[in-house]
Design a protein around this ligand. Structure first.
Ligand code: AP5
Length: 213
């Protein structure tokens, strides 16, 4: 099963993508996590991505598309995957459609998690992220069992550099300008499914599972 997660920054794409990946036994591929790991290890890719991410802008398509298409060609992706944070522009979506068509494949579902902008800034201010396994928490809505320690891998949790309120606002603006048009694109492909992301996160997951089966 090949799944794309759509939604504004902070809508809960990562939270739901990890649960989907666990339930259906497919890899969770987050382009944001790949960039953050590269920044941490000081690679050329990380150096290129960092300045864009710090400003809340998108990393250019010529960097992102090749990286993602390479990742989904790896053997663990043979039975499908859940893409979190890709595609984010129409050229990214078209490249993915083309690359899959060449292999006789297609995306099965584009899951759009809808949350109004007003809720997003509050969510981001309480987010804590695991720098090691990528799991995401919230100090109120999804707290870890031990304060500031990842339930999955035991690493110390951190606040993401791009979760400052002014950067969050820029990320929201970029989302509406560059990424929201994908909703129309995937509606046109007849694979769009929309979810109310303001609900409690287990309820959002139940709604998703009802669709995926
Ligand atoms: P990325 O890491 O993808 O960030 P994002 O899309 O901005 O999304 P987030 O990870 O911030 O939010 P999310 O929707 O996953 O929410 P989460 O589940 O954490 O990208 C970062 C940057 O990398 C981009 O700005 C860009 O520069 C670059 N980049 C990445 N991909 C790219 C691409 N394809 N092209 C170009 N550039 C790219 O939840 C948020 C918080 O809310 C958490 O604390 C969570 O616990 C809580 N929460 C979740 N669900 C609920 C709920 N139902 N109720 C209450 N709280 C909830």
């Amino acid at each position: 099963m090949k799944i794309i997660m759509l939604g504004a920054p902070g809508a809960g794409k990562g939270t739901q993508a990890i649960k989907i990946a666990d339930k259906y036994g497919i890899p969770h591929i987050s382009t944001g996590d790949i960039f953050r790991q590269n920044i941490k290890s000081g690679t050329e890719l990380g150096k290129k991505a960092k300045s864009y991410m710090d400003r809340g802008e998108l990393v250019p398509d010529d960097v992102t598309i090749g990286m993602l298409l390479d990742r989904i060609s790896e053997p663990d992706c043979a039975a499908g995957y859940v893409l979190d944070g890709f595609p984010r522009t129409i050229p990214q979506a078209e490249s993915l459609t083309r690359a899959l068509e060449e292999r006789g494949e297609k995306v099965d579902y584009a899951l759009d998690i809808e949350v109004p902008d007003a809720n997003i800034v509050e969510r981001m201010s309480g987010r804590r992220a695991c720098p090691k396994c990528g799991n995401t928490y919230h100090v109120v809505y999804a707290a870890p069992v031990m304060e500031n320690i990842c339930d999955r891998c035991g690493a110390e949790l951190m606040i993401r550099a791009d979760d400052k309120p002014e950067t969050v606002q820029e990320r929201l603006d970029v989302y509406h300008r560059q990424t929201e048009p994908l909703i129309r694109y995937y509606r046109g492909e007849n694979i769009l499914r929309e979810f109310d992301g303001t609900q409690e996160l287990e309820k959002v997951f139940q709604d998703i599972v009802e669709v995926l089966g």
